[in-house]
Design a binder for this molecule. Sequence first.
Ligand code: CA
Length: 133
Amino acid sequence: MGEAPPRPYNTGVYMRILVVEDEKKVASLLKMGLQEESYAVDVSYDGEEGGVLAETNPYDLIILDIMLPKKSGLSVLLGLRDKGINTPVLLLTARGTVEDKVEGLNAGADDYLSKPFMFSELLARVRSLLRRG
Ligand code: CA
């Protein structure tokens, strides 16, 4: 076989990832890094919009910051699980306390990463969650 032809994003061939992160620098690093790995990436900078996107699009994975404007990542997550949307969620937080971790996992998160993190670690967790899904 020769090189695979380029495929449009909406065929389901690409894994779709939603990044909800208000720190523009972190959001754009995540977007660029994940796109380089051939994921289709949408970015939202607040919890309200991010929640709507997450509820209305078939993402394979959501990377969700906890401290967000308008609506916290935890309420976005609770809202999704409440509606029976079981998309894998990787929570990001600046506060890496055990209580935060427990709260996040209780709210229905699949995994949890404290900032600052190495992109390589995030990518390993993303891959693992996508394999599970
Ligand atoms: Ca934040």
